[in-house]
Design a protein around this ligand. Sequence first.
Ligand SMILES: *[C@@H]1O[C@H](CO)[C@@H](O)[C@H](O)[C@H]1NC(C)=O
Ligand SMILES: *[C@@H]1O[C@H](CO)[C@@H](O)[C@H](O)[C@H]1NC(C)=O
Ligand SMILES: *[C@@H]1O[C@H](CO)[C@@H](O)[C@H](O)[C@H]1NC(C)=O
Ligand SMILES: *[C@@H]1O[C@H](CO)[C@@H](O)[C@H](O)[C@H]1NC(C)=O
Length: 497
Amino acid sequence: MKLCVIIPLCALITLTQQAPTQDQCLCDLTNSEKAFPHDKLSTVEDNASKCNSNITPKKTLELESLMLGLERRLPQMEKDLSVLEREDDGELYGVLSLLVIENELTEIKQLMDKLNMTSRRHQHLTTDTTEQLEDLRVKMAELQEYDTLQVVKRQQANQRLKRDLDQCKNEHHPTPHPTQPPQGICPHGRFLNITGPRIYTAGEYPGSYMYGAWGRDPKPEVGKENWYWLVMLTSSNIYANYVRLYSSLSSLIVGVSGPGNIEIHSSNPTTNTIQGPNVGLYGGALYYNCYNKYDVCRFNLTTKTVTTLQLPEGTRFTASKTPFNNCVKMLRSLLFIYLFIYHSCICLCIYFRHNSKGNFCNLDACYSYTDLDLATDESGVWVIYTTTQDFGNLVLSKVEEGEPPTLNQTWYTSVYKQAVTNTFMACGVLYATRHVSKEVEEIFYSFDTSTEVEKFNIGIFIKKMSPNIYSLNYSPVDQMLHAYCNSYMVSYKMLFG
Ligand SMILES: *[C@@H]1O[C@H](CO)[C@@H](O)[C@H](O)[C@H]1NC(C)=O
Ligand SMILES: *[C@@H]1O[C@H](CO)[C@@H](O)[C@H](O)[C@H]1NC(C)=O
Ligand SMILES: *[C@@H]1O[C@H](CO)[C@@H](O)[C@H](O)[C@H]1NC(C)=O
Ligand SMILES: *[C@@H]1O[C@H](CO)[C@@H](O)[C@H](O)[C@H]1NC(C)=O
């Protein structure tokens, strides 16, 4: 009777009945399947992740940047050649044009050599990777044979079904596209998305200067339409005393500066030195935060003169720690203690007023000396800052180019400056970014100066090549967004529509 109960339980496996003793039944389990090769799977996994780490987005970008440089360089060359053809009576002008073309040829040759080197390196990488991938594919196919219960196959089929179902659902309930008001003066339409990076380069001084800015003049002087500018904070990661110019994108990438440096002053820092990375070039003049002041400085690159524009009283800025300042601070501390005993309320007010700083920040830290952000777009120059009376929220003012420059209309936003990592202007709209992760920055906020509409849900993501973006500059000429990140120059294409 007992035997009858036990046998059905053991029916699925080979059963060898041992001499039954009293109440015991013993079963021998013989598994006809092969054991799953776990170590083989883990080496395949290791190899796959090795393969992954070999091909970084940086590598694929290198070639693309160089090609883009060349693409921009060739039409310029063609144009110069046609100029030369027109000057067929020889003599002085012909000789000058020949020199220009000779220089261009040298630059193009350098670019081609770099391209050659990079593409050969990539060829090796591609061959190696293809072999590795084929090897991995074969190994995975072998491993799949162990899937006798067809778990993986069913999962794949389920995923396919789920995808089809989602597609079906979406077709029946198309997501409504919100209608957008036309955006003021913008010739390209509404800012929709960002792609890239298109350019990624270490430039002429790889890894030397962590902070800086670069871009293109939106209103260039005649003959300088293809020029790029670069400002690096060469002293204490805070100050710069010159603008470096490049006659083309390719010369910036290859690191050959024809026009060279235009110096504000031989000392760094001194009065009117560039303080902080958020500078911008417009109409042949550099706009920036002047050394130790809450002023905008304008450096005319032609006349090499500086004019200043004072921002409203209460603008937050970072004063440098000179010995004099330390002394003042010490006296202030003594005063602080004195007042604390007798008038603690007044004391707190004084303390907070003098502690005013208005930097951009990510979750962990603030970016020092970013109190003033100078931005340029289709419509000119803008300054983004914050004041004590606006409780640290972003304030945006239009800078008029006159002689001297003046402050025009001002807009007050409701976004806290320290919750923002950087800002830029495009088509009269202010955009602000925030840090999402080491790899991603989000353009989350916009303020349209023509409608005064504020939005906190922009949700456009920037793929970063380095953890921190220290400056952003929009170029209306080609709708590129130029970023300076941990000593790298990176560009993104902004899509409008
Ligand atoms: C992993 O890679 C090594 C070296 O590339 C190779 O010898 C080995 O066969 C690979 N193993 C698997 C399981 O793909
Ligand atoms: C690329 O480099 C190789 C090796 O240095 C050289 O043989 C070849 O001619 C180069 N190709 C071009 C187009 O410069
Ligand atoms: C924006 O572009 C990214 C990358 O090109 C893409 O993944 C994303 O879906 C796009 N977003 C929209 C809203 O089109
Ligand atoms: C720079 O100075 C020159 C000469 O005075 C002037 O013509 C030009 O407009 C100035 N540029 C700016 C941007 O102020």
